[in-house]
Design a protein around this ligand. Structure first.
Ligand code: IFM
Length: 455
């Protein structure tokens, strides 16, 4: 039983002490919601390939249809408008707009995001674009993907195409979402694409993604008038598994790889000491200057805390450990630890000295189901959001410069290796019929937004 099962829903959403102009939104990503995988010229991404390898994804689910957002985006924008959101963060599917990853653009793919952006603006919502949420074009993977240093240039060219096309209407841009997750899971733990566990490949991918970030920032700065630019990192405190001193040795390496290996060079201009020597062979003269470009904000994705354990068989000698049993956890077993969110907001504020937007925070469930009256009573999610937004307000009171908060996610969606089993949406999606059903949390979040509009 999860510790949240008996959580009583708060009667009403609170009034929080937040700065004027505080922004409320939701986040999604292309492969997780769009579907239309074979339509209008879209080519496969590494995730299309990965999903077709038997046993890689729960139930062998794929993102072929997902939430069919490609066709139902107008309804989804209507749902956001009904909640009363200020902002919507979504990602562009690189293989939809550049099927080969570079070269000839796909007009029908570009048109889709024109329609989406116009609908979002029409609804009075600010569009926020993230360029990369893990769906690398397979055509580029076939050329070595992120292991190939040319990937930085491919990414900058893709940024230029989209900046020129959408920069007249979209001012908020992020380069990457959670580079740590896609590189640790993909290149060191063999969980996600490209599905390898190799130290050298991992370091190359990390460095090339860092270069890609810096080069894309320059392109966006030059091409988007009045751009507000950031990057989105997932950061969580790392503890030793079972608070066991034997696992203490795993904490510092996991912290360096999980938390610092991307934002440190991007914002502070240095690699963390613990990895600096090993990544050095891939770093050319002038690279750190190319990576560390001025940013306007830091996007923080945060869920719970993390536990590390020593694992001599793992590429870096550490692995993700288990949280203590007594730790409150969500229905899918993720730790619920709002105090750690409070800590991380202050930590990011002090370390990187940038305005912070919480670009993802939310609660997963494998039990959300409509009752006979067609209502989804996700009291556990409301309790989570209440406690985390409260912790955020406390961090603000303690000095953290937090400017906005985006729930993950608008819709139940394709949750990567868990397929469709784990639901994070404010809106329930029946994947058989594609019917959308706002959950109790959607109503509660709308109330939170109304109670806290304008700070
Ligand atoms: O669904 C993911 C998202 O793509 C990245 N951040 C965490 C979410 C929940 O697992």
């Amino acid at each position: 039983m999860s510790n949240t099962e008996n959580a009583t829903p708060p009667a009403s959403a609170p009034k929080l002490d937040l700065p004027a102009g505080f922004l409320w939104g939701v986040s999604t990503s292309s492969y997780q919601i769009e579907g239309a995988a074979h339509e209008d010229g879209r080519a496969p991404s590494v995730w299309d390939t990965h999903c077709r390898q038997k046993g890689r994804v729960n139930n062998d689910d794929t993102g072929d249809v997902a939430c069919d957002h490609y066709h139902r985006y107008a309804e989804d924008v209507g749902l956001m408008k009904a909640i009363g959101l200020d902002a919507y963060r979504f990602s562009i599917a690189w293989p939809r707009v550049l099927p080969r990853g570079r070269g000839k653009a796909n007009g029908r793919g570009l048109d889709f995001y024109d329609r989406l952006i116009d609908a979002v603006l029409e609804a009075g919502i600010q569009p926020w674009i993230c360029l990369y949420h893990w769906d690398l074009p397979q055509a580029l993977e076939d050329l070595g993907g992120w292991i190939n240093r040319d990937s930085a240039g491919w990414f900058a060219d893709y940024a230029l195409l989209t900046a020129r096309r959408y920069g007249d209407r979209v001012k908020h841009w992020a380069t990457f979402n959670e580079q740590n997750v896609s590189t640790i899971f993909g290149f060191a733990l063999n969980w996600t694409p490209p599905g390898i566990a190799d130290r050298a490949a991992y370091y190359r991918a990390v460095h090339h993604q860092n270069l890609a970030h810096g080069m894309a920032i320059d392109v966006l700065r030059d091409s988007v008038p009045g751009a507000s630019l950031g990057v989105i990192h997932n950061r969580q405190i790392v503890y030793p598994e079972r608070h066991d001193p034997a696992h203490q040795a795993a904490v510092a390496p996991m912290d360096a790889h999980w938390n610092d290996i991307f934002p440190d060079p991007q914002i502070l201009g240095v690699y963390p000491e613990l990895v600096a020597d090993e990544i050095e062979p891939y770093v050319r003269a002038g690279d750190l200057g190319r990576i560390c470009r001025p940013l306007d904000w830091f996007g923080l994705n945060h869920y719970g805390s993390m536990w590390a354990k020593v694992d001599p068989n793992a590429v870096f000698g550490f692995h993700l450990g288990a949280a203590p049993e007594e730790m409150p956890h969500s229905e899918i077993g993720w730790a619920i630890h709002p105090e750690a969110f409070h800590y991380e907001l202050l930590n990011v504020h002090r370390r990187y000295k940038l305005p912070i937007y919480v670009t993802e925070n939310g609660c997963g469930s494998d039990k959300d189901q409509p009752d006979e009256a067609g209502r989804v009573h996700d009291a556990h999610r409301i309790a989570y959001l209440r406690d985390y937004t409260q912790a955020m307000a406390e961090a603000v009171a303690d000095g953290a410069d937090v400017r906005g908060y985006f729930v993950w996610s608008l819709l139940d969606n394709f949750e990567w290796g868990s397929g469709y089993a784990n639901r994070f949406g404010l809106v329930y999606v029946d994947f058989e019929t594609q019917k959308r059903l706002p959950k109790a949390s959607a109503q509660w979040y709308g109330e939170l937004v109304r109670n806290n509009r304008g700070g």
